[in-house]
Ligand binder design. Structure first.
Ligand code: FE2
Ligand code: FE2
Length: 294
């Protein structure tokens, strides 16, 4: 491996980064529906009708959406044949989560050679962080971030790993890849690559920033609240072993003191956090069921 700081090392990294950018260019785009949803979500009123109007532009997405809405995960006894029925039966928020998850599942179900995820674990980890971000926002009346953006930031936070995986030394096998190993291989981290990908997809700036800084958010900076949130969700999900090779362990204790700086930055009250942890465990316990159905 070349020394990162030598001239030869820098030239080598530049050539590899060019290759990485070409890979990003050829990545399939997310459904344009996602961008329109995020735009709608920032409005004060958002109705089921608005939702349907955006959605019918992507019929393939509608078909998959109805399949998931009819799955046992949502437990409706009535068969759902149209989007407006689904909205009534399982709720607008659930439907939006399905849209985001289904639109990105093609990318996120890729098997990574270097990162330590179980079969489909990358998707499970991404979904778990997305759900956790949303629940953390909903459990905190003082949250500075909207729950829609929080969910998408969580879902896409590690998407840069899809590209970086091609530049790491696969002979070492699946492992806990550190940011410094990533930088040694390509000169940039998965966080930076994710920012480039999201920019290309025209995902809002607030989400780009949350993803860009999710490994080392500045808790003092109000602009980095999104990144603080993703960092907190990521660490919680990793603490519960979601998506990694070892068994998921939602019973694992959470040492609140470890998260104090983040909780303070997000203005989370202690009793709210305990209640939110309870909700999170309940929701995440059913996540693999969602995966089977999707
Ligand atoms: Fe990450
Ligand atoms: Fe992560």
């Amino acid at each position: 491996m070349q020394d990162t700081h030598s001239v030869a090392g820098i030239v080598e990294k530049k050539a590899l980064q060019k290759k990485a950018l070409a890979m990003i260019e050829s990545m399939p785009s997310l459904s344009t529906v996602i961008g329109e949803f995020l735009e709608l979500a920032s409005r004060e009123y958002f109705t089921a009708k608005d939702f349907e109007k955006v959605l019918i532009k992507d019929q393939a997405l509608v078909a998959r959406l109805l399949k998931v809405a009819n799955s046992s995960f949502f437990g409706s006894s009535k068969s759902i044949n149209a989007v407006h029925e689904a909205v009534v039966l399982i709720g607008l928020d659930n439907m939006k989560n399905i849209v985001y998850s289904v639109s990105s599942s093609g990318l996120l179900t890729k098997r990574l050679k270097n990162y330590q995820y179980a079969d489909q674990g990358f998707w499970l980890h991404s979904m778990a962080v997305a759900v956790t971000c949303r629940i953390l926002v909903e459990g905190n009346p003082n949250s500075p971030i909207n729950s829609e953006e929080a969910f998408v930031a969580g879902l896409l936070h590690d998407i840069g790993k899809l590209i970086l995986d091609n530049f790491l030394d696969a002979e070492s096998g699946p492992r806990d890849v550190s940011i410094s190993e990533e930088k040694e291989a390509l000169g940039v981290s998965h966080c930076k690559l994710a920012e480039v990908i999201l920019k290309k997809w025209r995902i809002p700036q607030s989400i780009q920033s949350a993803v860009r800084h999710h490994h080392e958010p500045d808790v003092q900076s109000a602009e980095q609240h999104g990144a603080v949130l993703v960092n907190l969700a990521d660490r919680l999900c990793n603490g519960w072993n979601i998506g990694v090779n070892s068994l998921m362990d939602l019973g694992a204790e959470i040492d609140k003191a470890e998260f104090d700086a983040e909780l303070q930055a997000l203005d989370f009250k202690s009793d709210q956090f305990n209640e939110t942890l309870y909700l999170l465990r309940k929701k995440l316990a059913t996540l693999d069921k969602f995966y089977e159905e999707a």
